[in-house]
Design a protein. Structure first.
Length: 131
């Protein structure tokens, strides 16, 4: 333990690294190559169990994915968000765009372009299309 840094490495399979990043915070990184990765501190809590689980939390965005079945995430201020169920349902939203898809039958998109005009498209396949 030197200057708030502590490492235990069994190369190339295991890394366990702790380092002080502020007086009241320690960053912890753990890797079990090639299937596990995590990074944690006061502001960040990220973890991947490759290729199935992806979990991220930071001051801007939080998300959880159980690939390929489910994914959900949103920004802390809720200005951006996404959700997905399998390959059948997708939803994404930002302040200028919204997309909803129920594949392969329904698409609904809404966006503002550079002139601040609203563009809305909707498809109910194969019966209806509006642009």
């Amino acid at each position: 333990n030197r200057n708030g840094h502590n490492s235990k490495i069994f190369f190339p399979l295991w890394w366990n690294i702790n380092r002080s990043i502020r007086r009241d915070d320690t960053a912890r990184s753990r890797i079990l190559f090639p299937v596990y990765w995590s990074k944690r501190n006061k502001d960040v809590d990220n973890m991947v169990v490759f290729p199935l689980v992806w979990s991220f939390k930071n001051p801007r965005y939080t998300s959880f994915t159980l690939f390929p079945f489910f994914s959900v995430g949103k920004s802390i201020d809720s200005s951006r968000q996404h959700s997905m169920i399998g390959s059948l349902y997708w939803h994404a939203k930002t302040k200028d765009r919204k997309i909803d898809v129920l594949f392969p039958f329904y698409w609904n998109t809404f966006r503002r372009n550079w002139r601040n005009d609203t563009v809305h498209n909707e498809v109910i396949f194969p019966f209806y299309c509006s642009t």
